[in-house]
Design a protein around this ligand. Structure first.
Ligand code: ADP
Ligand code: ADP
Length: 226
């Protein structure tokens, strides 16, 4: 599992200070939930890790190395990213969607590997040849998770991964991701605005407000209303 560190990270968009000074250490193997109101900076913080956004000041260290000094393609293939909502390519099959990340860096996934990835998220092998529109929302989001795991990452980043799903499907997939987190030796960071989901799944809950981390607690401490 990867380690992460944020050192005095700020991000300014024109007049908006999206990140107002983030100092944070993420231990290898931790499962972190980032919660907070819309606009509090959660997505921006996540994006500084995979370099969709670079900090205005400060540094983000992945396994001790500044992410801005590394080759972005090389670095991203060691991270899984689950997009907000359901972000599958509609005209590609499920198998092609899963194989997309590795393909972009010149690696071909075998059918066997695609089956294995589908099994990780409780989907049948015959799903590989279907189109996303033939799947339920919950199944599509399972494919989103399988796709994020295709490069055998040591870091899993998820931006509101289950927001579009009904509560029962959301709980089942959340539990599965929690299980995969442990089984695959991942460090996981999940953005959510659902505090209940954060309390159930994460080991550490960070609350953001106006670009700052204003609480950093275990679910037990937060739930007891400390
Ligand atoms: P959250 O994920 O918590 O909803 P964001 O990180 O998306 O918050 O946004 C933090 C703040 O930065 C918001 O005020 C948002 O409008 C602003 N912001 C985010 N992305 C951009 C951008 N590309 N350009 C300008 N402002 C942005
Ligand atoms: P997210 O919070 O996950 O980034 P949004 O729907 O808020 O999702 O934003 C979608 C895209 O628009 C993102 O790339 C984000 O950086 C950008 N964005 C968000 N807020 C602003 C803004 N105020 N001005 C310009 N771009 C923005």
């Amino acid at each position: 599992a990867s380690s992460l560190a944020f050192e005095g990270v700020t991000k300014r968009y024109d007049t908006t200070e999206a990140l107002a000074g983030i100092d944070l250490n993420v231990e290898p193997g931790s499962f972190i939930a980032l919660v907070g109101a819309s606009g509090s900076g959660k997505s921006t913080l996540l994006k500084t890790i995979n370099r969709l956004v670079d900090p205005t000041t400060g540094r983000v260290l992945l396994d001790g190395e500044d992410v801005t000094t590394r080759d972005p393609t090389e670095m991203r293939r060691r991270m899984g990213y689950v997009f907000q909502g359901i972000g599958l390519f509609p005209h590609l099959t499920v198998g092609e969607n899963i194989a997309m990340g590795p393909r972009l860096v010149g690696e071909k996934l075998t059918g066997e590997r695609i089956t294995e990835l589908l099994e990780l998220v409780d989907l049948q092998p015959d799903m590989a040849s279907r189109l996303p529109a033939e799947l339920s929302g919950g199944q599509q989001q399972r494919v989103g998770v399988a796709r994020a795991l295709a490069g055998d990452p040591k870091l899993l980043l998820m931006d509101e991964p289950f927001g579009a799903l009904d509560p029962v499907t959301r709980d089942a997939l959340g539990t599965r991701v929690r299980d995969l987190h442990a089984r695959l030796d991942l460090t996981t960071i999940m953005v959510t605005h659902d505090m209940a989901e954060a309390l159930i799944l994460a080991e550490r809950v960070l609350v953001m407000d106006r670009g700052r981390i204003v609480a950093d607690e275990t679910p037990q401490a937060l739930a007891s209303g400390k």
